[in-house]
Design a protein around this ligand. Structure first.
Ligand SMILES: C[S@@+](CC[C@H](N)C(=O)[O-])C[C@H]1O[C@@H](n2cnc3c(N)ncnc32)[C@H](O)[C@@H]1O
Length: 341
């Protein structure tokens, strides 16, 4: 296998100690959630729940291109470059009809060090791959669901032509030039050691990095009892030991822009708080605004005090990296954020 195997580390690369850089005048990560729709219904994901049984996610499902363009123009005005501009959220980004135009616009405006997208890879026709390369996408993460068509049917409820799927990824890998491709699979989509070897054999030469991540119980409505492996309850998604954090670091470095323009300060599926609406305010105004600041200050008193969602948030438990821990610096950070007022 030629790809580098990730082993209990952050898939996006080495992380700095977050506390040293706070407060941030520009978010490290801006996550666009372009479309609330998916063509898969993976058994460990929010999309496995019937729509009527879900709580509020967005007022409308597809981000308007004009709103997106406004956001990118505003990101260009932040004091620094965003480190990562990411297309993901609760859906399949390649389903958005303007996704190529969106990637290209962000790249042309040079608003971030890298532009990345997380996809299930099912729409990677040769045309789509060519377009992603020409648009300048820097990093593509493909979430795999098995080593056979049968497994795909079981895990995500869809029929795929598995050989074509693999060959499409190979096509992209051979043509991609500078783009980094990370292929990952959740542990629950593999059946034991033989299947693990099969996974590396099929995919290990058509990506730059490869990994097996844990499926973790991060969605409040999903019935995880029959889905998860036991390790998934004691290790994070990335295979690190779980460490419950009192202060959630996400609102200090990230901003998610939902399809309807609502801004949230974390990656939870149900939001603790909407921190602004970019339809009628600028991103910089929201990032430095009263709501975001108040949310951060409350968070420094401990997530249990912020609201029920934060208190019970499993994203915090299962997806956070130790370099981001702010627990020991809460008082010092409160003083620093107070000075910004
Ligand atoms: C919600 S999906 C959206 C993007 C895209 N549709 C995809 O499949 O990659 C984002 C990522 O979350 C991962 N994911 C979803 N539910 C998860 C869970 N319970 N545990 C770990 N990873 C999960 C998926 O495998 C995927 O890599």
């Amino acid at each position: 296998m030629k790809a580098r195997l990730l082993n209990a580390e952050a898939p996006g690369g080495k992380r700095d100690n977050l506390v040293q850089s706070l407060p941030l005048s520009t978010p490290y990560v801006v996550q666009f959630f372009p479309i609330y729709a998916c063509n898969f219904t993976c058994e460990y994901c929010h999309h496995s729940i019937p729509k009527n049984n879900r709580e509020f996610v967005t007022e409308w499902p597809v981000m308007e291109y004009s709103l997106y363009e406004k956001c990118i123009d505003e990101l260009a005005g932040f004091p620094e470059k965003v480190r990562t501009l990411r297309f993901v959220g609760m859906g399949e980004p390649l389903l958005h009809k303007d996704i190529i135009k969106m990637i290209k616009y962000a790249k042309d405006k040079k608003v971030s060090n890298r532009v990345e997208l997380i996809s299930n890879g099912s729409l990677l026709s040769h045309d789509m791959s060519d377009a992603l390369i020409s648009a300048g996408l820097d990093r593509l993460v493909i979430s795999l669901q098995g080593t056979s068509a049968e497994k795909y049917k079981k895990v995500c409820g869809v029929d795929i032509d598995f050989d074509t799927f693999v060959s499409n990824i190979g096509y992209l890998f051979n043509k991609k030039m500078d783009m980094e491709i990370y292929l990952k699979i959740v542990d629950v989509a593999l059946d034991g050691d033989d299947d693990r070897e099969r996974f590396f054999k099929i995919f290990g030469d058509i990506c730059d990095t490869i990994g097996i991540e844990n499926a973790v119980p991060i969605f409040p409505d999903v019935e995880f009892n029959n889905v998860l492996n036991t390790e998934s309850r004691v290790k994070t998604q990335f295979g690190l030991p779980m460490k419950k954090m009192n202060v959630c670091p996400q609102p200090f470095y990230t901003m998610q822009i939902n399809p309807d323009g609502k801004i949230v300060g974390c990656y939870a599926v149900y939001y603790p708080r909407i921190l602004g609406d970019c339809n009628n305010r600028s991103l910089e105004d929201i990032w430095n605004g009263e709501e975001y600041m108040k949310f951060r200050m409350e968070m420094l008193d401990g997530r249990a005090n912020v609201c029920k969602f934060c208190k019970e948030c499993k994203i915090n438990d299962f997806r956070i990296f130790p370099e981001d821990s702010l627990d020991e610096y809460a008082d010092e950070l409160k003083r620093k954020y107070e000075e910004l007022k």
